[in-house]
Design a protein. Structure first.
Length: 102
């Protein structure tokens, strides 16, 4: 599996997502291959500052998952149904979906 062909989308950019994404950026992916979505602008800004300036952040979940080969759901369990309702129709390329809802 060639990591250069992958793009990871983080839905939710809190502490857990930021830790995972920064680890990915240090080991298997370039920051430019990582995208983060969060409705809160301060969380998006912190995510980008930690992961790297080439990391893309967006205020729309649809933009984050577009073209992603891996989608990491890092949201609170109570918002998971809403998030899945938004992104499920967009996952047409069958990405690996990982939930770290906590």
């Amino acid at each position: 599996m060639d990591p250069s062909n992958h793009r990871a989308a983080f839905i939710g950019t809190g502490q857990m997502a930021t830790a995972l994404a920064s680890g990915f950026a240090r080991s298997v992916l370039r920051p430019a291959q990582i995208c983060g979505y969060d409705p809160a602008e301060p969380a998006r800004r912190q995510f980008q500052q930690t992961v790297g300036p080439e990391c893309v952040v967006t205020e729309h979940a649809a933009d984050a998952v577009s073209g992603a080969t891996v989608v990491i759901l890092a949201v609170k369990p109570q918002v998971m149904p809403e998030v899945l309702g938004v992104i499920s129709p967009l996952l047409t390329n069958s990405p690996l979906v990982i939930s770290v809802a906590a």
